[in-house]
Design a protein around this ligand. Structure first.
Ligand code: GLN
Ligand code: ZN
Length: 767
């Protein structure tokens, strides 16, 4: 009997219970016990759901109160000193590393003020992990202050009568995905492997003692281009970890092909491997050839990254091929990756049209998929399920909802001319300078202002029909006015309307574009407690009518300062949606580019002549390996952006924005935006700043971390600007935060921005 396996399950809860519980704890509204209780219930619920679905191999330690990589840093004692000096409870150390902590002194406790660790995208997904940060003084050991999470959770499941397979990120990936702390920049994290291995060994021994038979160790960096020096580490690590004192190890990779790194894993003594055959079925042939006859092949055939129903016939074919290669008793049917990246349960979607709903499968439904495929290839009778599945796959293929001939025709009109501004940057810059007459060190923000409770309540009321469209519009206008007045008061130069009308920067556009479907509850964790509800691209995309003009025009009517129109770019809409799997990313992105072009042109016509088109996701879309696929991506991504933004006059100033940017300055150059802002406050490496110094257009290197409630002082801004000015010229220098302010509270925003603007004014006086 071929077994079924799940690599990880979403932990936020079907109703975002975990988000609510952590935020309530952070807000001082509930106790740590309350929070732990919610976590425990969620874990029990997830395990039970998997057991009831008939999944054979159920993961544990896939849960986290913030981020699974950060959990490891806490457990391995990779805690920079600045977080340990306040005597915080372990869970508060975890949260302080994840999101920073600033607390006034009380009679019994000292003031706390630490910034968060850097947070970066998890491969090419929209999940973010907290970057392990090492220094020469890092001393790995099992930090048992809060128990031993993987062991405790294993025991917790066992107590419920459920045998699980703990999941742990592997040592090579853990180190490689980390970085050196600012006091130890000469440290190469991978050199710490010999010190880390004994701690993994200790952990594995404890898991074995607790009764774990197998562990899933993830080494996702195996799908990246790895230097020889890193490739060789796998042998070193797994020769040491595989032992009779440890559970069997299944080494898991996902999100791509391991073929170029096959050498690195060829002779590892592990009990088996997991590969992602959704993303890369072609690798089957080669990866199967390295198995030694005793090793398990876990075949990832149910997509952990998207919401389309698995085609049972196709998936079974892949698994059967695997069986042919290595034998029935060695094959496991699995999800391609953790299901973390998919919403919890399709059943709670009551508003999706039945025709479309039938095409989808969320995490809970995917449990049934792995089980059914496993049964099918084992020869059990699942004819009913196969038949129903084949029917929905066919219905989707033949549906008229997915095609729009007009859009397809317009796509053929795209050429370089359509994607090129009328003049080059120097000429545009001169015209823009004449028009706006901005001072040196112009100040601006990235778009959103705090999404307060009132805003959410009002939006909900409107959605439920409890207030009229007019009432809602009045409310939004009032919010816009408050934001405008505040910005005028503190002296910002280029204003924004604050985006109060937007639930989410992608969802908001998805809901107004044709070709999209949306869920009411399809939340996916993005980072920490932050969840997003990605829209789903089901067909050809077009814009039936203007999407943002009304709010921007209203905001501009309130002020003489330039008002930035605010749009989400084509690549970001694509990346932060669940994309179609029946046409290429390029086609979807160009269709979005055309739809946004109409919006940009409409904004300009309405007098909004500073327009920001956000592309925070452009980096994460980068194919994980260098080569043709990557250069093709960069071409069509930049082209889609330029299709959207090149229809305007020279004097119209196009801005763009990028987050979490391990960006290559060349990639942003290709967009030819007049001004770009990038998330930067966590970047300490002077070489990295240097890389941006010859960026030809204007640039704002983000000056403060908006993921943290912490307020930087004016002096802090001054120092940071001075540091950047050492390598970056003043005449191209914009002053702005890292990103939008929607998740922050008003008090923090008021103080931070005031300090930022005051610092800019100082420099203006000096230059
Ligand atoms: N304009 C958006 C905002 O301010 C940009 C957010 C983002 O880059 N993620 O919220
Ligand atoms: Zn951003």
């Amino acid at each position: 009997m071929v077994q079924s396996s799940v690599l990880g399950f979403p932990r936020i809860g079907g109703q975002r219970e975990l988000k609510k519980a952590t935020e309530s704890y952070w807000g001082g509204k509930s106790s740590v016990e309350d929070l732990l209780e919610v976590g425990k219930n969620l874990r029990a619920k997830n395990w039970t759901a998997q057991k009831e679905a008939g999944v054979d191999i159920i993961p544990s330690n896939d849960f986290s109160y913030y981020d699974q990589v950060l959990d490891l840093s806490l457990l391995f004692n990779a805690i920079p000193e600045r977080y340990t000096k306040y005597d915080l409870a372990p869970i508060d150390v975890l949260f302080a590393m994840g999101r920073g902590l600033q607390k006034k002194a009380t009679d019994s406790t000292p003031a706390v003020d630490v910034t968060a660790l850097e947070m970066v995208k998890w491969f090419d997904s929209n999940y973010h992990y907290v970057r392990p940060t090492f220094s020469h003084s890092t001393e790995f050991k099992l930090n048992t202050a809060a128990g031993i999470k993987p062991v405790d959770e294993f025991n917790e499941a066992k107590a419920l009568g459920i045998q699980t397979r703990p999941v742990i990120l592997g040592p090579v990936s853990y180190l490689y995905l980390g970085k050196a702390d600012k006091d130890s920049l000469d440290l190469d994290p991978i050199s710490l492997l010999p010190k880390l291995i004994p701690v993994y060994k200790e952990l594995l021994a404890k898991l074995k003692e607790a009764g774990a038979e197998q562990v899933q160790i993830d080494e996702p960096i195996l799908v990246l281009d790895l230097p020889e020096s890193v490739q060789s580490k796998f042998k070193e690590a797994y020769d040491a970890l595989v032992s009779s004192d440890a559970p069997e190890i299944i080494l898991a990779t996902y999100f791509g092909t391991v073929v170029p790194n096959l050498k690195a894993i060829e002779n590892l003594p592990v009990a088996g491997f997991h590969f992602d055959f959704v993303r890369n079925p072609e690798q089957l042939e080669q990866v199967a050839s390295i198995l030694n006859g005793n090793q398990t092949l876990s075949a990832g055939v149910v997509d952990g990254r998207n919401i389309w129903k698995t085609d049972f016939a196709k998936a079974s074919e892949v698994v059967n091929k695997a069986i042919e290669k290595v034998g029935k008793d060695k094959v496991v049917v699995a999800t391609s990756s953790s299901l973390l990246h998919t919403p919890v349960d399709l059943e709670t979607e009551t508003k999706l049209p039945a025709e479309i709903k039938d095409w989808f499968s969320f995490a809970t439904q995917k449990l049934d998929e792995v089980v059914t495929i496993a049964k099918n290839v084992s020869g059990e009778d699942v004819a009913d399920k196969l038949e129903a599945n084949a029917k929905s796959i066919k219905a989707r293929k033949e549906s008229s909802i997915t095609t729009n001939p007009k859009v397809q025709e317009r796509l053929t009109t795209i050429n370089e001319g359509l994607a090129t501004r009328k003049a080059a940057f120097p000429e545009r810059n001169a015209e823009q300078q004449k028009k706006y007459n901005l001072p040196l060190f112009p100040t601006t923000t990235i778009g959103s202002f705090p999404q307060t409770k009132e805003i959410r309540v009002s939006r909900n009321k409107f959605a439920k029909g409890q207030i009229t469209a007019d009432e809602y519009e009045q409310f939004i206008n009032q919010e816009i006015e408050n934001v405008v007045r505040f910005q005028e008061k503190i002296g910002l130069d280029v204003l924004v309307h604050g985006e109060p009308e937007r639930n989410d920067m992608v969802q908001y556009f998805g809901e107004q574009l044709d070709g999209f479907a949306f869920t009411t509850n399809g939340w996916v964790q993005s980072y920490g407690s932050r969840c997003v509800r990605p829209p789903i691209i089901v067909g050809d995309v077009s814009r039936p009518k203007a999407m943002t003009v009304k709010e921007s025009v209203y905001a501009q009517s309130l002020t003489k300062s330039p008002m930035k129109g605010m749009l989400t770019g084509p690549v970001t809409i694509l990346r932060w949606s669940f994309p179609r799997d029946d046409v290429s990313g390029k086609i979807q992105s160009l269709q979005l580019g055309l739809a946004l072009r109409d919006e940009v042109n409409d904004l300009e016509k309405a007098g909004i002549t500073v327009i920001q088109v956000d592309e925070p996701a452009i980096r994460e879309g980068l194919p994980l390996r260098a080569g043709k696929e990557r250069s093709d991506y960069l071409n069509w991504a930049a082209q889609s952006f330029r299709v959207a933004t090149s229809g305007v006059e020279n004097s119209t100033q196009i801005h763009s924005h990028f987050c979490y940017s391990d960006l290559d300055p060349n990639h942003i150059k290709a967009l030819d935006a007049d001004v770009v802002s990038i998330e930067f406050s966590k970047k300490d490496d002077p070489n990295y700043i240097q890389e941006f110094s010859d960026y030809p257009n204007h640039i704002g290197l983000g000056l403060f971390d908006i993921h943290s409630p912490r307020i930087p002082s004016k002096q802090e801004f001054v120092s940071r600007i001075e540091e950047i000015l050492k390598v970056y010229p003043a005449n191209k220098f914009w002053v702005n935060p890292d990103c939008g302010l929607k998740t922050r509270g008003w008090t923090e925003v008021q103080e931070s921005l005031t300090n930022m603007v005051d610092a800019a004014k100082d420099f203006r006086a000096k230059y």
